[in-house]
Design a protein around this ligand. Structure first.
Ligand SMILES: [Zn+2]
Length: 169
């Protein structure tokens, strides 16, 4: 792994863990809030990721970019199936957890068990909870507390960071 990237990754995690200790919000059912920053199981150098991923997916997954709202075809995806990480193919969400949030990003109320890790980021000054694929560390989106019952969570996901696999008919 590229050393400079590794240091940046670790410092981001360190910031997230330190910042989160003051929060006492209960984790969503199935969410991995508070999970220690375990090393991702899928590791590649930044250069390898850049080579492997389309530019738009690389920007989101490896640089925590955000796609333009309404830009993902997955906003309109209504079939039964599973949403996988576009970086490493780990299954992250069932179609049963998807709902129309009206935000222009694919939205889910519950992740698959142990699929995600979280950290706090301050990109917009106010703290937000960033979440990422637990297997490869790829950034997926942010989770908010204005989702539907019963979880009350809204996982606001970049469509370009996901691949949809329809269920067999
Ligand atoms: Zn992944």
């Amino acid at each position: 792994m590229n050393r400079r990237y590794t240091m940046r990754f670790l410092s981001l995690f360190g910031l997230g863990l330190g910042a989160r200790s003051g929060h006492a919000a209960p984790p969503a059912p199935g969410a991995q809030a508070g999970t220690p920053a375990a090393a991702p199981a899928v590791r590649m150098t930044d250069a390898e990721w850049q080579q492997r991923l389309p530019a738009a997916a690389y920007r989101v997954l490896r640089q925590e970019g955000t796609e333009a709202p309404g830009s993902s075809p997955l906003n309109r995806e209504k079939r039964r199936g599973t949403y996988h990480c576009a970086g490493c193919d780990a299954p992250l969400f069932s179609s049963e957890a998807k709902y129309e949030s009206g935000t222009g990003w694919p939205s889910f109320h519950t992740p698959l068990p142990a699929a995600l890790g979280t950290k706090t980021d301050f990109k917009l000054i106010l703290p937000r909870t960033e979440y990422h694929c637990a297997r490869c560390g790829g950034h997926q989106g942010h989770v908010f507390d204005d989702g539907p019952r019963p979880s009350g969570k809204r996982y606001c996901n970049n469509g370009v960071a996901l691949k949809f696999a329809p269920a067999a008919a």
